[in-house]
Ligand binder design. Sequence first.
Ligand code: TIU
Length: 222
Amino acid sequence: MVEIKAQPFAFPARLKEMALIVIDMQRDFPDPGGFGASLGNDVSGIARIVPDVKRLIEGFRTAGLPVIHTMECHRPDLSDLPPAKRDRGTPSLRIGDLGPLGRVLIAGEPGTAILPELAPIEGEVVIEKPGKGAFYATGLGDVLKSKGITQLVFAGVTTEVCVQTTMREANDRGFECILAEDATESYFPDFKAATIAMIRAQGAIVGWTTKIDDILEGISHA
Ligand code: TIU
């Protein structure tokens, strides 16, 4: 067991059972003309974490620990898109509509792709997910079980939507979760801060939070 410096207390890492989950680092969230922008968000701040996420991914690859990527996306026929998700709010483009980056949030379209700097390499699992959480209607649970993973490090976007939803799903399934604070971003700085605070409140009610450097130091012992 290796202790990783974290909040609200040290994370008891079992490195052989640990994987990195990179949530939805797709063009649709930082790029103008993508899904995030279509919802009316200022997307300009999202891309600044790309070098940080890359550093974390490379640390896991160097340590020989699994990196799993997720993508929020839907089938071209929209059969996995509940009307309640498509019809929510008054976006400039709805999921499935043709926009500047192709059909919004549809598998295989340019906007749906993972950012090239963070692209998966051969052997890394990519989970396509129709929900905000990565466990709902995906094979993620089976993948983790087959690899003997019980502890998850989280990075990606957005902190309070897909990252937090997936952390809560994982926590309820018995995984110990730790969020890399400087490898996640939101359109709303207050929401990011609140999410970090609520995850680690009440004695790590959802999980732990820490910095990339502390995770990299911990996994260097793998
Ligand atoms: N809107 C928003 O903040 N996020 C999403 O819709 N998806 C993800 O967080 N990936």
